[in-house]
Design a protein around this ligand. Structure first.
Ligand code: CA
Length: 397
C-alpha cells in the first residue's frame, strides 16, 4: 500500500513494518497499512481512516518535525514508474450501473429511434451484476475475446469480436458493509463509500447485441474490466462535491428512499473524465494519444449514494471492497461521449485519428487510456492517475 505523492509513492507498508506509522491515535489504521490490499483500511470506521490521513498530512507537510521528516526519507519514497501496481482491493462483488441519461439516450436511439429511454430509467438506477474475477489493474493487456455473434438474419457464428469497445466509467468502493436483510438509508450512504477509481468496462458490442435479451449483458462484458490502481478517498473529494443532477421539468422526483436533502444538495461530484486512444501507427510516429471524449461526472442522472442505496434496498448485503461502477459517463455534447458505440453511431460514422486512420471499433494494438481529475479555484487539483490497456489479438482456436 502506498500514497501517491507527485511522481512518487510513499510506501506505507514499509513504514508500518518499521514502526514509523505507529502512534496511539492511529494504531488500528496503521496496522491496516501492512497489507497488499486496501480492504482492511476500507473496513475501518471513517473516523479511524481520517486520523491516518491527518497523520500522513503531518508527515508530509513542508514544516514537518525533524522526526517526521526522517520517517519519510527517500528510503520510503519510490518512483511510481519503478512500481508494478496491483488491483487496489480484493473485490468480492462488482456491479455496473447505467447512470448517465445521455449515454442511455444515445445508446437507446441506436436500437429504438422513436423510444430511446425505457420507462423505468427515471425511476430506477439500472444496473447488472458484473464479474469480479476478470477485474485487472491498469497496464495489463486485454485479449480480443471470442464469442457468439449474429450478423442480420444469418446463422450465428463463434468468432473473435469485430466490435470491441471501451466504456469510460468511474468506480467506487464500499467501505463498511451492511448485513443481509438490512438496507442502507440514503442519509447514511456516504459512510459506506470509501473512494473512487477509474474503470474501463471493455465491451464486445456484437456479442452483447446478440446475447443481451432478456437477461442483460453477459460474456460481451465479462472478459476484462480494467481498474486504475489508485483510489481517491471521499474525504479528499469533499471540496469537489456538488448538487445532484438537476432533473428536467416533467421528470418524476426520485422515490423517497432514493432522496435526501443532503444528497440532493451535495451528492454530485464535479470530476472531469477523459478517454484517449493511441494506435500502433500513432505510437510509431511519436504522436500523443488522441482524446476521443471528455465528460463530467456532475452530469450523471443518479448519484453514487442513490446507486448504493438502491443496491441494498432489497436487503442485499454489501461487503467491504465491493465495487460499484457508474456506467459510461457521457454528456450532452458529441465531445462528451464515453464509448465508441455512441461516438461512431455503432460504427456508421467512424472517427478519424491524427494519423489519418479511422476507427469504428478498437483494433489490435490500440491502447485506451482513461484519466480523471478534480479542479477548483482555491483547492489543490486532484488526479486519479491513469487506467490503460492495450488490445492483443484474439487467441488461436
Ligand atoms: Ca458499463
Amino acid at each position: 500500500m502506498g500514497v501517491a505523492i507527485g511522481d512518487c509513492l510513499l510506501d506505507l507498508y514499509a513504514m508500518q513494518n518499521e514502526g514509523l506509522l505507529a502512534s496511539e491515535s492511529i494504531g488500528v489504521a496503521a496496522n491496516a497499512c501492512a497489507s497488499n490490499s486496501l480492504n482492511a483500511l476500507m473496513a475501518l470506521e471513517a473516523d479511524q481512516r481520517r486520523r491516518l490521513r491527518h497523520r500522513l498530512h503531518a508527515l508530509l507537510r513542508a514544516d514537518a518535525t525533524a522526526t517526521d521528516r526522517r520517517a519519510t526519507t527517500s528510503r520510503h519514497l519510490v518512483r511510481q514508474s519503478d512500481v508494478d501496481m496491483l488491483l487496489p482491493a480484493d473485490v468480492g462483488d462488482y456491479t455496473d450501473f447505467y447512470a448517465s441519461i445521455y449515454h442511455a439516450t444515445n445508446v437507446g436511439k441506436l436500437f429504438r429511434p422513436d423510444n430511446p429511454l425505457l420507462p423505468n430509467y427515471k425511476y430506477i438506477p439500472i444496473g447488472y451484476h458484473g464479474r469480479a474475477s476478470s477485474l485487472i489493474p491498469s497496464g495489463l493487456p486485454v485479449q480480443r475475446p471470442w464469442g457468439q455473434t449474429r450478423d442480420g438474419d444469418a446463422d450465428p457464428k463463434f468468432t473473435p469480436t469485430k466490435a470491441l469497445d471501451y466504456e469510460l466509467e468511474l468506480g467506487f468502493f464500499v467501505s463498511v458493509g451492511s448485513s443481509l436483510g438490512k438496507s442502507i438509508p440514503i442519509s447514511e450512504t456516504e459512510e459506506h463509500i470509501f473512494g473512487i477509481c477509474l474503470l474501463n468496462d471493455w465491451s464486445a458490442r456484437d456479442i452483447q447485441a446478440w446475447e443481451y435479451q432478456p437477461l442483460g449483458p453477459f460474456l460481451g462484458k465479462s472478459f476484462a474490466t480494467t481498474l486504475s490502481p489508485w483510489v481517491v478517498t471521499m474525504e479528499a473529494l469533499a471540496p469537489f462535491r456538488t448538487a445532484a443532477f438537476s432533473r428536467a421539468g416533467g421528470d418524476p422526483a426520485p422515490l423517497p428512499y432514493l432522496s435526501s436533502p443532503s444528497d440532493q444538495a451535495h451528492g454530485g461530484l464535479d470530476l472531469w473524465l477523459e478517454v484517449s486512444l493511441l494506435s500502433p501507427r500513432m505510437r510509431e510516429a511519436n504522436l500523443p494519444p488522441a482524446i476521443l471524449g471528455r465528460s463530467n461526472f456532475r452530469d450523471m442522472y443518479w448519484t453514487m449514494a442513490q446507486m448504493l442505496t438502491h443496491h441494498a434496498s432489497n436487503g442485499c448485503n454489501m461487503r467491504t471492497g465491493d465495487l460499484l461502477a457508474s456506467g459510461t459517463v457521457s454528456g450532452a455534447d458529441k465531445s462528451a461521449r464515453g464509448c465508441l458505440l455512441e461516438l461512431t453511431s455503432r460504427g456508421k460514422e467512424p472517427v478519424t485519428l491524427p494519423s489519418g486512420e479511422q476507427r469504428r471499433f478498437l483494433e489490435d494494438g490500440d491502447e485506451v487510456i482513461l484519466r480523471g481529475f478534480c479542479e477548483r479555484e482555491g483547492f489543490r487539483r486532484i488526479g486519479l492517475g491513469s487506467c490503460s490497456g492495450k488490445i492483443l489479438p484474439a487467441s488461436a482456436r
